[in-house]
Design a protein around this ligand. Structure first.
Ligand code: ADP
Ligand code: GLC
Length: 489
């Protein structure tokens, strides 16, 4: 099959969170599993891959109408294994310090930026002569692609055999804009209907993806049920999803085990595997305690956090109970995002310098060190579509303490018996549940045999993409077949 992936981020080129990991890993998996031709389209942000890739210009340019103006798109490309990666260039839209926002908030023209990108994906495919069987889009930033295919490009012979699959990585970010975004995007007022693009008087990009794609996927089986069933998860789109229930599938994310492997990880002090974790983790813990200038003490339970700072992640709940826990344990926290949460964490680190370390910002190297050094990994998420961090933590022998929701529920198991558990689950993201789970961890940590059994369970889990990438490909094959059958020749 010819597979075109359109997304707003992909590791190792650009990443703000799990979406980047997923898009990067899936592109590679699709290109390796079978005889598929895979191209990946990304915006050409400033500082792609930290300058580690040499991109070559694709000659020429093409024009994209946005908001009554004509914008110019050009492209550069790099061959990444078997995947051809194309970067859509337009300095006005993408040559900026951040991908989506500044520290003060989202870029005001995010609607135009991703209208431009989505349309440039379709025009770019034509420009390079790549007729996709499948276009796989992710989240609101590329959600207009399926809508274009079913409206403005419906009669375009170039895409006559193209089917679209839309993956919801996080429905909390919907790309909601005033109704004039409809006109900026070039749609017709007749599509401004509640069963199409209209959403409470405005335009909702995520809804466009859900309504117009041939197949919708969500990034874990539990999340795919939650978002259709409850407003707190579906965030207003639960009805639309329920309506398309038959076309909605939950496919669990995996992690790239080449990047995340404690045995070969060059960021960490000492590599280890499931047989040698005791020595390896002890050495990584000591090194990180020293680096972060917190008390060097192997008896203290060390909790790690690597996270976006966002209401979703429940770290405000953790902040509230840290003071009552610092005599029993330590915390090393890395996070970027919300200023209020960052301030609270900074204050805690200043008050308890030997027990709490906080670094604000995005730091790939420190993230690896935290997964390796920590004994537990805290994720009190209010909702979690899938979550990759808990899987990375488990691979590194750090036991997750996570809310029983979304992908956390699908990957973390706590039965009350260490021999059949790989972490700790809390029923709800609140202080009481988190406090009680942390108490359990503190006391179990002293019973080394039981603790190590849980570490082995965690490290032995299968978090690979093998099964899930195969499920995507099966869906691609069947939707492509249906699309082909529906054509009247
Ligand atoms: P989300 O996508 O909601 O942010 P996930 O758990 O799916 O959460 O994925 C988070 C990914 O981003 C993981 O690879 C994690 O290690 C990484 N990450 C998150 N915050 C940071 C940070 N501040 N510095 C480095 N890596 C981070
Ligand atoms: C989102 C979700 C996270 C998920 C990631 C990749 O950012 O918050 O739970 O793992 O996307 O799908």
């Amino acid at each position: 099959m010819k597979i075109l992936i359109a997304a707003s981020e992909a590791f190792p080129f650009c990443k703000t969170g799990g979406l980047g990991d997923v898009v990067g890993a899936l592109s590679q998996m699709f290109s390796r599993l079978g005889d598929h031709e895979v191209v990946l389209f990304l915006p050409k942000y400033r500082n792609i891959g930290g300058g580690a890739f040499s991109l070559s210009a694709v000659g020429g340019n093409f024009l994209i109408p946005v908001a009554g103006k004509i914008e110019t798109a050009s492209m550069s490309r790099v061959q990444w294994g078997k995947v051809s990666v194309y970067f859509i260039e337009n300095a006005k839209y993408f040559d900026r310090p951040g991908m989506y926002r500044t520290q003060y908030g989202d870029y005001k023209d995010n609607d135009e930026r991703f209208i431009f990108f989505s349309r440039a994906v379709l025009e770019g495919a034509k420009f390079i002569g790549f007729k996709p069987d499948i276009i796989h889009c992710h989240d609101w930033q590329t959600a207009l692609v399926p809508a274009y295919l079913k409206t403005l490009y419906r009669l375009d012979s170039f895409f006559v055999k193209t089917a679209s699959v839309f993956t919801i990585n996080n429905i909390a970010y919907q790309g909601m804009f005033a109704k004039k975004a409809l006109i900026k995007a070039g749609f017709d007022w007749s599509d401004f209907m509640p069963d199409k693009l209209e959403f409470y008087g405005g335009m909702n990009f995520m809804k466009a993806g859900i309504v117009f794609s041939d197949i919708i996927t969500a990034v874990s089986p539990t999340y795919s049920k939650e978002i259709q069933s409850y407003g707190e998860f579906g965030k207003g789109l639960e009805g639309v999803l329920k309506h398309r229930s038959k076309k909605l599938f939950g496919i669990l994310n995996g992690i790239d085990e080449e990047i995340w492997d404690p045995a070969s990880d060059t960021f960490i002090k000492r590599g280890y595997d499931v047989k040698t974790f005791a020595k390896g983790k002890a050495s990584c813990k000591r090194a990180l305690q020293t680096e972060c200038l917190i008390e060097e003490n192997k008896q203290l339970l060390l909790a790690g956090v690597v996270s976006r700072l966002d209401n979703q992640k429940g770290l405000d709940i953790l902040c509230k109970i840290i003071p009552e826990l610092v005599d029993k344990m330590q915390f090393i926290i890395l996070g970027a995002g919300d200023e209020k949460i960052a301030n609270a964490l900074n204050k805690l680190a200043k008050t308890y310098p030997k027990r709490v370390f906080f670094k604000s910002g995005f730091d790939e190297a420190l993230a690896h060190k935290i997964y390796a050094a920590s004994d537990i990994f805290i994720m009190p998420s209010r909702f979690e579509p899938c979550g990759l961090s808990q899987m990375i933590a488990m691979l590194y022998g750090s036991l997750p303490i996570a809310t029983k929701t979304g992908g956390l529920k699908d990957t973390v198991f706590y039965t009350g018996e260490p021999k059949s558990s790989n972490g700790f689950l809390i029923d709800a993201a609140n202080e009481k549940s988190l406090r009680s789970a942390l108490g359990k961890a503190v006391s179990l940590f002293k019973r080394k045999l039981l603790w190590n059994t849980m570490i082995k369970n965690a490290m032995n889990g299968d978090y690979s993409w093998d099964a899930s990438a195969g499920k995507y490909l099966e869906i691609f094959k069947s939707v492509h077949k249906d699309r082909f059958k529906s054509l009247k020749f």
